[in-house]
Design a protein. Sequence first.
Length: 77
Amino acid sequence: MSSQVAEFALLSGDEFVELYKVLKVQGLVDGGGAAKHVISEGLVTVNNEVDTRKRKKCVVGDVIEFNGEKIQIVATA
């Protein structure tokens, strides 16, 4: 298990990113379908709470955790 928190920068102009896209883009799952599956199975937490909404809007400051990996949503620099 990693204690480091990876960062996911929102694209310029975006206010949120859908939860399943974070898992997919960060390479934590094989694709969008797999991301949606692990989310619906209750294996993903957002801000330390299980969230089963595949298209949950993740905003700056949210911390997503899956399979021992943590990702924090950050603003584009």
